[in-house]
Design a protein around this ligand. Sequence first.
Ligand SMILES: [Zn+2]
Length: 339
Amino acid sequence: MKRTILYAYIALLVAVGLPFLANLGQRDPLAAPDGGGEANPTPSGAVEEAPPPSALPAPEWPGAPETIDVLMKDGSVETMDMQTYLVGVVAAEMPADFHAEALKAQAVAARTYAMYCAACAKHGPAQICTDSGCCQAWQSDGELRDKWGELYHEKLENIRAAVEGTRREYLAVGGWPVFAAFHSSSAGATENSADVWSAVPYLVSVESPETAEDVPNYVSTVRCSPIDLRDAVLSAHPEADFSGAEETWVGALRRDGSGRVSSVTLGGVELDGKEVRALFSLRSTAFELAYDAGGFTFTVTGFGHGVGMSQYGADKMARLGADYTEILAHYYPGTELVK
Ligand SMILES: [Zn+2]
């Protein structure tokens, strides 16, 4: 009952003054299911860190819950043991052969995120769904057996150890679970939340150590013909002007503080970097755009929105000797690990 009151209180806070939560709840449109050895880029939510309005005294946060009500793919709502649920999340979101400390960092981020979703109450009677395009990816035991085959027991033990080794631990500011966004890989530095969604004090750009030696498809290219580039831009911006020579179609390209593209001018129209990423199915907004006689080439580094913890960066940090508390402190500066 205490938790119900708390969630109602948070819902009230959301209603009266936390508009950025609506944007933070948006998942990465290019989030891919786990597979092919790629960690799953995943934005998504946790609780607003800002202190509540003074007129509303904050109740005590009850700590990490023991269960969570999960909206299943068939529309049913299943109450799961939190640890069991998190095994399915970590297994879906991060390769099971990542370093044990990276898996523990992922377990804490996933638990924190689940607590945030539970507080947001966007799924009615359920607290979170299993849709990687909405909340957080989750795979059932049957799906994991199919995915891992004869390595099932070995890989499951890696995931279980991470979830059990961090039981009830979550990231907080002032005792409140934070918005523990994470993504697959970054291009040297993570992204400022302010450049993607809204400013969040602990989601600021920090260095991330992964390189092409650590990440499959770290640098990718998307080639497109002049006609395809023109039609894609015109589909969203009919006012664009492509009457000039092809080599003049790409204008100013601006970058934000992390080096990602904040905007690029195409056909005389300034497009947001995120829009360009979506239009051309780029793996991130860390890209270069070049023209040659045959067309245009996007050269893209990393995968995901870039905010919060880089999963491949976490794995690299762990392999260089960092433990999960150091990884979390690096990617979510200013947060406290509540145990
Ligand atoms: Zn959802």
